[in-house]
Design a binder for this molecule. Structure first.
Ligand SMILES: C[S@@+](CC[C@H](N)C(=O)[O-])C[C@H]1O[C@@H](n2cnc3c(N)ncnc32)[C@H](O)[C@@H]1O
Length: 243
């Protein structure tokens, strides 16, 4: 595996996150989407409590990047956050501050080989955890037009007629090996005005959400959060779409 990482991943809403979660010295921290530790480093700098803190990510590149925090005593869990939340609650662990920063990291999008991006060509993969599950290419291969239309409509928020049309075109031209081919096909067949955003953006978002079962992960995890909180604990969830 390539473990080349960009030096920086700029964490979103960092000031607001620190203000709202107000981490205090000595408090324990659970980051369920630790990524490149933008939020985690800032929180741990305030709490100075490494040994009672747990960082989770299902992405092997992110976990490799977090190793320096493990060296300071933080526990790393290389798994999906629903499994991590189940495991930690079974262990009876509780935390003062919990954060979930949903979605993909910019390094995942920037590395074509991960298959999330139509601007950096790569295999049509999109799995955050490449040890498990099916790739986006396999998902397309296995899906009916109806199933694909539902994915594009529900997870990509394309109007249903557009989603159905794109699903028909995608199924008619499969199989796919790379992201650029799929993106070009969507652009060619997209109905209506093409604005500033690439017309494949919403379909790629939809496939990514389906491949990683992102909504299922959240559905399983949210009910476990109260069990994972200490008295007076705070939870933050950052999301950039309205699904
Ligand atoms: C938006 S990034 C988080 C960035 C992080 N807050 C930072 O400042 O570097 C989302 C991260 O969560 C991970 N992720 C997304 N869904 C996950 C899940 N269900 N379980 C575990 N990790 C997940 C992704 O691999 C990615 O590294």
């Amino acid at each position: 595996m390539s473990t080349v990482h960009p030096p920086h991943h700029v964490p979103v809403l960092l000031d607001a996150t620190l203000r709202e979660l107000a981490p205090q010295k000595g408090e324990s921290y659970l980051d369920l989407t630790a990524g490149y530790a933008g939020h985690a480093s800032a929180v741990l700098n305030l709490t100075h409590n490494y040994t009672d803190s747990v960082l989770v990510d299902r992405d092997e590149y992110a976990i490799a990047h977090l190793q320096h925090l493990a060296d300071q005593g933080v526990r790393l869990l290389h798994t999906d956050f629903a499994s991590a939340a189940r495991q930690l609650s079974e262990e009876g662990r509780t935390f003062d501050v919990v954060l979930i920063d949903l979605g993909v990291s910019s390094p995942q999008l920037d590395q074509g080989e991960r298959g999330f991006s139509f601007s950096h060509n790569g295999p049509l993969d999109m799995r955050m955890d490449r040890r498990t599950g099916i790739t986006a290419a396999q998902l397309i291969q296995q899906s009916s037009v109806q199933e694909l239309a539902t994915i594009i409509h529900e997870y990509g928020e394309e109007p249903y007629t557009q989603a159905k049309h794109l699903a028909e075109v995608i199924v008619a031209n499969r199989p796919y090996n790379d992201t650029e081919t799929l993106a070009a096909l969507i652009k060619q067949h997209y109905r209506g005005r093409i604005g500033k955003i690439h017309p494949a953006t919403r379909t790629f978002q939809a496939l990514r959400i389906a491949v990683n079962d992102e909504l299922g992960q959240l559905r399983e995890t949210l009910p476990l959060l109260p069990k994972l909180l200490r008295a007076g604990g705070r939870v933050g969830v950052i999301s950039f779409h309205s699904l």
